[in-house]
Design a protein around this ligand. Structure first.
Ligand SMILES: Nc1nc2c(ncn2[C@@H]2O[C@H](COP(=O)(O)OP(=O)(O)OP(=O)(O)O)[C@@H](O)[C@H]2O)c(=O)[nH]1
Ligand SMILES: [Mg+2]
Length: 346
């Protein structure tokens, strides 16, 4: 999964990026895009790995991109380069500044910044759709396709993001090449001053996020940066002091998974124990395709065991003998925490 950190200059993207990835790229205005990979912590994988002692243990991974904001005289916005990089991301994380930054004039205005970002994305998408519609008239495109683009235009003109259009009304598989910004899942991070690290979002901001179909998260990047360099034993005490229960990374990943409706299934064996992130509702045959295209092509059946049954019985054999192994066909909907063996023939 790719998550892009975006937002205006000096909002704390690089600071957030460093705390999430454990890297230490230089703080400072502008610069290049930074990439960092983190493992998605999963206690179930830890346990399975301890039981199988495989050659390799593979967690789900997230690649974070830290995309710098635009720096310049009056223009407070996103550079064309940033907009391009945003299109490659599975999730957009908008970092909003809610602390005083001496390098930036004026009080923090997270609500205003959210509107500015939203408007910029709406206009970028609208421009693309209008260009497409202009061409479509000349090229006599399919009427249904034109009606979809007209619906998208109306949605944007009503200042609503494309992600607000329900899946049954729009065939998104035909839109991937456009990379519409307002169709990307959006997570909004309110980057608070230290003294308000644990203060929840205002009701107003929550309402606005709901209307944008976006998820929200509150953190204080500088507090998280302090925590990141502490001894494990001190970390919890520090979090408790601030009224926080978990690190930002844990909360961040949970929010992103919830937003994307992601779950994990597992494969186990002497070679590898591995977590595979999939969309909730994925069928067994498609899930097999995540592992290898041959497994999808030659799919015969999936042997399914829940993580809980496996742990309860201590081995696959014992769980099978107890009658917990299910044999499922291609249309079976894989559930979170299931251990799969795919039978296939190519
Ligand atoms: N007080 C406070 N300062 C912060 C916080 N997060 C970031 N900063 C400071 O704000 C300044 C800008 O932070 P960066 O992380 O570089 O901001 P950025 O969004 O990456 O900026 P660009 O890359 O220029 O777009 C730095 O001096 C940080 O130390 C925070 O939560 N609280
Ligand atoms: Mg930066």
């Amino acid at each position: 999964m790719r998550i892009g950190l975006v937002g205006f200059a000096g909002s704390g993207k690089t600071t957030v990026f460093n705390t999430l990835t454990g890297l230490n790229v230089p703080i400072g205005f502008g610069g290049d895009v930074h990439l960092g990979t983190v493992k998605v912590p999963d206690a179930r994988i830890d346990k399975l790995s301890a039981m199988f002692s495989p050659k390799k243990t593979t967690f789900a991974e997230i690649v974070f991109s830290d995309i710098p904001g635009e720096h310049g005289a009056e223009h407070k916005g996103l550079s064309g380069k940033a907009l391009q990089q945003i299109r490659d991301q599975d999730v957009l994380t908008l970092v909003l500044r809610d602390f005083d930054n001496p390098a930036i004039e004026g009080k923090p205005d997270p609500a205003g910044d959210l509107e500015a970002f939203t408007t910029e994305c709406l206009f970028a998408d609208l421009a693309m759709i209008e260009r497409w519609l202009d061409r479509a008239k000349k090229e006599r495109k399919d009427a249904l396709e034109i009606s979809h683009f007209e619906m998208m235009r109306t949605t944007l003109e009503l200042e609503k993001p494309l992600r607000s259009i329900p899946p049954n009304l729009l065939d998104r598989s035909k839109l991937t090449s456009f990379g519409f910004l307002t169709d990307r899942p959006l997570m909004v991070v309110l980057n608070r001053r230290e003294s308000e690290a644990a203060k929840p979002m205002s009701a107003e901001m929550l309402r606005r996020l709901e209307s944008l179909h976006a998820a929200g998260l509150v953190l204080s990047a500088s507090v998280e940066a302090e925590i990141a360099v502490m001894e494990a034993a001190d970390q919890q005490a520090f979090l408790d002091d601030l009224g926080l229960t978990e690190s930002a990374l844990t909360r961040f990943i949970r929010t992103a998974y919830g937003l994307l409706d992601l779950i994990s299934f597992f494969t186990v064996g002497a070679d590898e124990v591995r977590a595979w992130p999939i969309l909730r509702g994925t069928h067994a045959k498609q899930a097999a395709g995540k592992i290898h295209s041959d497994l999808e092509r030659g799919f015969i059946r999936a042997e399914v065991l829940t993580y809980e049954h496996f742990i309860q019985h201590g081995s696959e054999h014992a769980a099978r003998d107890a009658g917990h192994l299910k044999v499922e066909g291609k249309d079976y909907i894989v559930q979170d925490g299931e251990i799969l063996h795919i039978r296939f023939n190519v």
